[in-house]
Design a protein around this ligand. Structure first.
Ligand SMILES: [Zn+2]
Length: 299
C-alpha cells in the first residue's frame, strides 16, 4: 500500500474523458504496436508538431466517461490503493501539491495547476486525438495530461514493468515533469532537436524522469491544503517498481524488442539505463537543480 487510507482525494484536478467508441480495433497487429510505441516515446506531444488549435473542439473534452471512469468512486487513499484510476487522482494531487511549493522555492517560478484527462477509448486534446494507441502524454497547448485508463495494463503486459503502484505513479509524475518544463520554458528543446542519443528530445525526456524522481523523494512528506500527507514512505520495492517502468520505456529496450537492433540515432527518450539513472538522480537529490540534462556532458 502506498496511500494513507484515510487521506482525502481531490477529484477536481482530474477529468474523465472519452467516447463510447471503445471498440476501436487498434493494437492487434504490428501496425498497432508501432503506433503504441510512437505514442509512448513521444511523451511531450505525439501528434504533428505545432499543435494547430484549429483541430481542437473543446466541447469534446468533457464527454461522459464510462462507469469504469466514475471519479466519484475516488474519495480516499484507500480508493487509490485499490483502483488504477483513483491512483492517478491521488498521484496528480500529490505531484501538484509538491510542485506548487517547490517551484517558487527552488526555481522562482509560480506553478500553474494542470488537469489530467483520464479517458476510455479516445478523446480530443488541443494536440489532436488521444486514443489508446498513443499512450500517456502532456499537451503543452492546453496544458493537460492525457492518460488512457487501459494504459497501465499495457505497461505491465506489453512493456514488462512490474505491477507495483509506483510504476504507474512514475508515469504520471513524468508527464507532470513536462508541465514543469513548460513552465520553466525548456520544453521547446525537444521540438528543436527531435532525435538522437544526445538530442534535445532525449535531454528533455531524461529531465522529466529526473523531475519524477524529485517528486518521489518528497512524496511522503508533501502535504495537501489541509496539512494531510497522502503517501506513505516509499519502500525499496516501490523504487524498484518505478525503475522497472523507467527501464520498460527505454528506447534501446523498445527498439530491441520490436526491430531486434538498437539505433541510438533515432532515440527520443534515452536508454533504459539512462532513464533509471536520471530518475534516481532526482530521487536521491530531491531538488530540480540536479536535473539539468540540457547542459549535462554525460547523459
Ligand atoms: Zn515524456
Amino acid at each position: 500500500m502506498t496511500f494513507n487510507e484515510g487521506a482525502d482525494l481531490d477529484t477536481s484536478q482530474v477529468r474523465s474523458g472519452g467516447s463510447s467508441r471503445t471498440g476501436v480495433a487498434i493494437g492487434g497487429g504490428a501496425g498497432g504496436i508501432i503506433l503504441l510505441i510512437i505514442g509512448l516515446l513521444l511523451g511531450v506531444n505525439p501528434f504533428e508538431q505545432g499543435g494547430t488549435s484549429s483541430a481542437f473542439d473543446p466541447s469534446q473534452i468533457q464527454q461522459a466517461g464510462t462507469s469504469e471512469l466514475d471519479l466519484s468512486q475516488c474519495k480516499t487513499g484507500a480508493d487509490a490503493n485499490r483502483d488504477d484510476v483513483c491512483r492517478v487522482v491521488g498521484t496528480v494531487n500529490s505531484v501538484q501539491d509538491y510542485w506548487r511549493e517547490a517551484l517558487p522555492a527552488d526555481a522562482n517560478r509560480q506553478y500553474r495547476d494542470a488537469y489530467t484527462v483520464i479517458y476510455s477509448g479516445q478523446t480530443q486534446s488541443a494536440c489532436g486525438t488521444a486514443s489508446n494507441a498513443v499512450g500517456p502524454f502532456y499537451c503543452p497547448t492546453d496544458e493537460q495530461v492525457y492518460i488512457d485508463a487501459s494504459f497501465f495494463d499495457d505497461l505491465t503486459s506489453r512493456y514488462g514493468a512490474d505491477g507495483g503502484a509506483l510504476a504507474q505513479m512514475y508515469v504520471v509524475a513524468h508527464e507532470y515533469g513536462h508541465h514543469v518544463q513548460n513552465i520553466l520554458g525548456v520544453l521547446q528543446y525537444a521540438q528543436q532537436d527531435r532525435q538522437g542519443a544526445t538530442s534535445g528530445a532525449v535531454r528533455v525526456e531524461l529531465m522529466a524522469d529526473c523531475l519524477a524522481g524529485v517528486w518521489a523523494n518528497h512524496a511522503s512528506t508533501t502535504e495537501d491544503a489541509d496539512g494531510t500527507t497522502l503517501i506513505q514512505p516509499l519502500t525499496e520495492a516501490d523504487i524498484e517498481s518505478a525503475l522497472s517502468a523507467a527501464a520498460a520505456v527505454g528506447d534501446d529496450r523498445i527498439q530491441e524488442s520490436t526491430t531486434g537492433r538498437v539505433n541510438p540515432e533515432s532515440w527520443t527518450h534515452g536508454s533504459s539505463e539512462q532513464r533509471q539513472r536520471w530518475f534516481m538522480t532526482g530521487y536521491e537529490s530531491g531538488n530540480l537543480n540536479s536535473c539539468d540534462t540540457l547542459s549535462a556532458q554525460q547523459l
